[in-house]
Design a binder for this molecule. Structure first.
Ligand code: CUA
Length: 164
């Protein structure tokens, strides 16, 4: 029994350190019925922003049946914090080839940290059944080389693939 527990613990430690998996930890709540009325997840703030200390944050809104923005742009090989909220029901998303995999539960902010190693376009499908349009709900993550990312503009306003 002790050996089994030791093996399970070892697997948890290994996956945590090796793959950068993050179990849901700090619980952050938000009023999902008032997202459009201003605040962090108002429409103008959705997309990729750079704060004065240089940190890159992507804010995503999930709603039946789309993510906003539809195409997310991020710099390659740069620490990125993803913050996602739902305006209606439970959604989720995954980005293949990365540790990005989370549920988005109304009432809570889903936060995770990642780093996209290689430039390219990555699909970000919703992976929680959220209604009849679930299969068509997905976004795109466009990872661009650091020198092509508009850091200056993103320090002033949130950018996406169309607005940069
Ligand atoms: Cu949103 Cu499935």
């Amino acid at each position: 029994m002790t050996a089994i527990i030791a093996v399970i613990l070892a697997v948890v430690v290994f996956t945590t350190l090796h793959w950068g998996m993050q179990p849901p930890s700090s619980v952050e709540t938000i009023d999902s019925t008032r997202l459009q009325l201003g605040g962090e997840f108002s429409e103008a703030n959705l997309g990729t922003s750079v704060s004065p200390n240089g940190a890159v944050t992507v804010r995503v809104l999930a709603q039946q049946y789309a993510f906003v923005p539809k195409c997310i742009v991020v710099p390659a090989d740069t620490p990125v914090t993803l913050r996602a909220v739902s305006a209606d029901v439970v959604h989720g998303f995954i980005v293949q080839g990365t540790n990005v995999n989370t549920m988005v539960v109304p009432g809570y902010v889903a936060t995770l940290k990642t780093r996209f190693a290689q430039p390219g376009d990555y699909r970000m499908p919703c992976h929680e059944f959220c209604g009849v349009g679930h299969q068509g709900m997905w976004a795109q993550v466009r990872v661009v080389p650091r020198d092509q990312f508009p850091f200056e503009q993103a320090a002033k306003e949130a950018v996406n693939c169309a607005r940069r």
